[in-house]
Design a protein around this ligand. Structure first.
Ligand SMILES: Cc1cc2nc3c(=O)[nH]c(=O)nc-3n(C[C@H](O)[C@H](O)[C@H](O)COP(=O)(O)OP(=O)(O)OC[C@H]3O[C@@H](n4cnc5c(N)ncnc54)[C@H](O)[C@@H]3O)c2cc1C
Length: 402
């Protein structure tokens, strides 16, 4: 197969020379720890003081990683992705204070996201986080109760009942409109409550096809055995089980909490163990594709290539609806655009929300891209290759050719 993630011509065909240079300069700034560590905090302060920096953020960090401040404003980015064979997953990235009012606002917004996906082909999938519609403490208490192994009736808890009602109505709305709905994975100490309710809804709404997807974090120990059990149950009970496969985003927090509280770190002993389990999870899902659907949420080239090859070497279509790839907007375009050009199902999370409220999200992207060895180095070298291929000089600023 001639799929290659090194093809920068395909990866950046959608970017004008000016946009490419802008992206290069932005990723370069992530190499300055002071800016990465303090930039978003300073930006927040400046916005509070009503200093005129909104335009600067909107044109740089925000433009790279977000679609817009609202669903409507994000449509242009979604359309541009769609023209290149890539779907968008509207990701309402406002991180509220955790009040009941915040939950109600998020719940209403998520209904809009699902209906938007129902009505526009640019949005093949929707997504949400349970902590956006439910109290974190309640999810933590329910997780403890589930783990204690005692028979507990979660629905006696009024906050859980409310959460359960919201969750069910979002899944039902997705089901009625035939929209795939991803439930993000979060910290392990709230995850059992999320799992419980997500699989409950899977059993209800995945009877014909995969609608509700639960997220599996393969940086956790023991996830393969858990998946095997879920697959067994789904087959027994006659529904489709759907997983979003990720490595996991809360590694430092997980380690810190386990040390503070004196329990075993739930995270794998090494990156290699995480990588091995991630690829084993892909293989497991592929082998059980009679009942399993997946969305591989990763920027890892090896894992993405592995799934692409499994499809390529089998008799099933590359764009079989049971297999999706996903990346974040503004990152790993070399994977997304090359997979799309080769005919695979691919979508990108498209975060949106008012600038000030998405600053924590932007701060995490800046942090994640700050290691020269890691993603930032990769993004920079790919952009540099494309600049070179187009014979452009980063220091010549008046080159606005398309
Ligand atoms: C579309 C999409 C959706 C996502 N949704 C979620 C979600 O719902 N929940 C969530 O938690 N994350 C989510 N993520 C983030 C994801 O979990 C990873 O943090 C991120 O994608 C980096 O992993 P990778 O597979 O892309 O690549 P890589 O760069 O190959 O892997 C980096 C990851 O490996 C793991 N790792 C690194 N060092 C070690 C170590 N020493 N020991 C063990 N493991 C290690 C960590 O998980 C780290 O993030 C999502 C990512 C994408 C692209």
């Amino acid at each position: 197969m001639n799929l290659s993630f090194d093809n920068t011509e395909v990866a950046f065909a959608h970017k004008s020379n000016r946009d490419l240079k802008k992206a290069y300069r932005l990723f370069q700034t992530f190499n300055y720890p002071f800016l990465v560590n303090n930039g978003p905090k300073l930006a927040n302060l400046a916005l509070s003081l009503r200093l005129p920096i909104k335009g600067i953020i909107k044109n740089t960090l925000f433009a790279q990683f977000c679609g817009g401040e609202s669903i409507e404003e994000s449509y242009l980015s979604a359309k541009q992705l769609y023209e290149n064979g890539i779907g968008a997953i509207l990701d309402y990235s406002v991180e509220g204070e955790g009040t009941e009012e915040d939950f109600q606002l998020s719940y209403a917004e998520l209904q809009k996201v699902i209906l938007e996906a129902a009505n526009k082909p640019e949005y093949p999938i929707a997504v949400f986080k349970c902590s956006a519609i439910a109290n974190f403490k309640m999810l933590e208490e329910c997780t403890e109760a589930i783990r204690s192994g005692e028979k507990v009736n979660l629905s006696e808890n009024p906050e859980y009942k409310e959460f359960s009602m919201r969750m069910k109505s979002l899944c039902q709305l997705a089901y009625k409109n035939n929209v795939k709905l991803l439930v993000d994975a979060e910290e392990t100490w709230i995850q059992d409550a999320i799992d419980e309710i997500t699989y409950e809804n899977m059993a209800l709404y995945n009877t014909e096809t995969a609608i509700v997807y639960n997220t599996i974090q393969l940086y956790r120990k023991g996830r393969i055995a858990d998946m095997q059990q879920r697959i067994y149950t789904a087959r027994e009970q006659g529904y489709k089980v759907a997983f979003k496969l990720v490595r996991g985003a809360y590694m430092e927090k997980e380690g810190q909490r386990s040390r503070d509280m004196g329990y075993d770190n739930p995270i794998q002993n090494s990156k290699q163990d995480t990588d091995d389990d991630y690829d084993a999870a892909i293989q497991l899902c592929f082998e059980n594709r009679d009942v399993v659907s997946i969305c591989a949420g990763t920027h890892n080239e090896k894992s993405s290539l592995m799934l692409a090859k499994l499809l390529e070497n089998s008799s099933i279509e590359k764009n079989d609806d049971r297999f999706w790839f996903a990346q974040l907007y503004g990152m790993s375009d070399h994977i997304s655009y090359n997979l799309a050009a080769a005919g695979y199902n691919i979508a990108k999370y498209l975060p949106y929300g008012p600038i000030r409220e998405v600053l924590p999200y932007l701060s995490r992207r800046a942090q994640e891209n700050s290691s020269v060895k890691g993603q930032a180095g990769r993004e920079l070298s790919l952009i540099a290759s494309e600049l070179q291929r187009r014979k452009l000089n980063i220091y010549v600023s008046n080159d606005n050719r398309m």
